[in-house]
Design a protein. Sequence first.
Length: 239
Amino acid sequence: MMVDRVVHAGTIDRKTISDQVYDHIKRLILLGTLAAGEKVPEIRIADQLSVSRTPVREAVRKLASYGLVVLKPRSYAMVATISPRESRDISLVRLSLERLSFCTFASVATEEALAHLDDLAARCIEMNKIGDFAGAHELDSELHLTIAHGTGNAELFRMLRTIDAKLQLLRLKQHLPSHMLSKYFDQHKTLVELTREKRLAAIESLLEQHILHDLDFPEREAGGTSRFPRHAREERGRS
């Protein structure tokens, strides 16, 4: 069974048992050990971690609220899937939200906050170098959500956090090679520096490359036509 391949198997510290089970299952999903559309094996996970079914059910409900898991009424939970249409919609909506997030944050950011982002960017690159792609993607999400939270706009943060799970699923579906991920993660350093310098036009331009690659990569590799809507292709051509 797939869960037998988990990296951090073993008994869990019962002080924070529900949160740790949540982290455990989330990592199985982000590693691709539990694939999109696959049933979450709650009994096996409980046995493997030497816990009761209760914290596993709590963790699954939390993952469902996050969007990584879909609950089937009176039945079971399965890992969420994402369609090509959802991929396109998520990327385009995210671009608008991230532009607002970065540009708002640039006007209020302290050097302490920027230094923290520098650290997240460096750790993200290091995770990718050692092959911990799930860890790299988690740090990627943390960096972007830290910026959104730093804007002080609670609704903006809520919206970006809501689409974050779908974004994780999109990345899993793409299976980007390490060299492509390196280019993508390296852009974080530049984005933080541009934010430090308050170069808003440059931030918006780089964010377009940073985010819309989520749509473009499969077509570039296959040599097919772009899935970008016409207005998005025109905007890319002007940048």
